[in-house]
Ligand binder design. Sequence first.
Ligand code: LMG
Ligand code: NDP
Ligand code: PMR
Length: 406
Amino acid sequence: MAAVASARVQVASSATAATAAKRAAQLAAPRPANPLRAAVSQRAAAARVVAAVQAVAAPPAPTADAARPAALVNQEKSLQKPTVIVTGASSGLGLNAANALAQSGDWHVIMACRDFAKAEKSAQKLGMPKGSYTVMHLDLASLESVRQFVQNFKNSGRRLDALVANAAVYLPTAKEPTFTADGFELSVGTNHLGHFLLVNLLLEDLKDSPKNNPAGSPRCIIVGSITGNTNTLAGNIPPKADLGDLRGLTTGLDGRNSSMIDGGEFDGAKAYKDSKVCNMLTMRQLHQRYHDSTGVTFASLYPGCIAETGLFRNHVGLFRTLFPPFQKFVTKGYVSEAEAGRRLAQVVSDPTLNKSGVYWSWDNDKSSLWFDSVDGALENRVSEEVSDDKKGAKLWDLSMKLVGLE
Ligand code: LMG
Ligand code: NDP
Ligand code: PMR
């Protein structure tokens, strides 16, 4: 909440900035002394202390030491347990995937969460073995927090075998936009831009990972959804995803011109669906740009309709009551949190799902309305917009600027 409140103030105070490019340059530059920023920094510093304590309590992970030869560091890393980072692992899909991976005994899970206490409590509730996970602070609604998380992770000396961009917010009943600490509309800012920076900053670690993990290759998974794909019935329930010509993103998504990627009126449900299109376009861009040169497998997935997760916490009560039975009995698209978690864990860890650039889905039931029946995980088709690689490239360039990487 504080971040949202500070964002509003920040947006107002940055209203004179001439262009989005200028603002991006400001983002890349050292921060001016600003009491709101300082508050964010203090929180992040506190999180760093907690993360450091956790890192010490975790199984052996030698601290990266510039003085030691790289070959030695790499050798030490290859003896560590394979590590997977899961964002938004404090509830729903992320928590259940983290649990499945931790319980397998094959993975050490970094639970990258904004609410440290909630994550720890959730892990304990599911009986995740002590030592099989580390909670580290990450608030995707702040680029500074993303950068600090990456630094904390690197300082931990851990190898990185898989990165799962899972966290998301959905604001279907919001009448007005809210903004991230950097002044981006909250859904696209969190679900897309925060993850975009995170993935880019960790790509090198994935590339350098020792290859001795259960999947056989390093992986980067970005969670997509059926509702962002307009080649499905679910993707045609209004409001439909549509990035248009990305004119809203060009002007910074900060509400001065528009808070929507297509430059239109704010609509929380559409912003979420747009963010899922961005997630899937980003995965395809990563595949095209980096798969061959890094050996990283990039993939997205639709795990099924997990109708009871926290994602719907902001929806109206009637929806939350009717949605699960509707998905169970009418569309047959329903999947439990535990099953969805196993599906995501499969995409992280199953050596047979090694194809890069793919959007995976599962058939729940032969009578399901949303899929032709085949067993197991399978490659699914994405919508015309999600397969538009020119649009993907434009999204990539604009996102690079907005997160201060260019
Ligand atoms: C909009 O509202 C928001 O306004 C917008 O901002 C945005 O957030 C958007 O995409 C997100 O949502 C959502 C919602 C509000 O409006 C609708 O979705 C309109 C459709 C609602 C009409 C429902 C009729 C559908 C009929 C389906 C077939 C059912 C047949 C079985 C009937 C059996 C009766 C016992 O509206 C709500 O929040 C209301 C809740 C809508 C939930 C959708 C599910 C409704 C299905 C009800 C049946 C459930 C019972 C299952 C048992 C079946 C047994 C066979
Ligand atoms: P949940 O709300 O249960 O989980 C979302 C997670 O994201 C939570 O852990 C939440 O943290 C975290 N999160 C939100 N904002 C931030 C932030 N600023 N920084 C860090 N973490 C944050 O929803 P789901 O499990 O359903 O959603 C997980 C993914 O699955 C999303 O990408 C969603 O789009 C996707 N998905 C979901 C479907 C469904 O039917 N539920 C269907 C298809 C895809 P906190 O616990 O602190 O709130
Ligand atoms: Mg949708 C045909 C099957 C199907 C599937 C698989 C989903 C998934 N939905 C389907 C159909 C329908 N939905 C129909 C016929 C309706 C009109 C009654 C409908 C409505 C609906 C609403 C109002 N559905 C929704 C909402 C939401 O608010 C959810 C949403 O769009 O969040 C962005 C949602 C979802 N339906 C799904 C899935 C997976 C969602 C959850 C969100 C997501 O993509 O993560």
